[in-house]
Design a protein. Structure first.
Length: 94
């Protein structure tokens, strides 16, 4: 029996979602070895899920170094956390 869990981060941690910066599918393909992994960008744009300090709202987009994203797996649930002091920028539409 698997259930949906809710993560309630505590300061200085912020919960984020990685779906903002997903790769787009293209109609082209290139054959690569099975163990090949594309190099990761040194930064990533992610969406805010929960900020315990309220500085950021749900859905705000922030940019941060890729290596600081912490993935937590609990049962069938996956969560992503980042420390507040690693946020490089906020992305806003004009």
């Amino acid at each position: 029996m698997s259930s949906t869990m809710v993560l309630d981060p505590r300061a200085p941690w912020i919960q984020v979602e990685l779906s903002f910066d997903k790769k787009r599918d293209t109609p082209y393909s290139i054959e690569l070895p099975d163990d090949y992994e594309l190099p990761e960008k040194p930064y990533k744009a992610v969406s805010i899920v929960s900020d315990p300090e309220g500085e950021y709202s749900y859905g705000d987009v922030i940019v941060l170094p890729t290596h600081v994203i912490r993935e937590i797996e609990l049962s069938a649930n996956k969560f992503h956390l980042v420390e507040r002091n690693h946020i490089m920028a906020v992305v806003r539409a004009e």
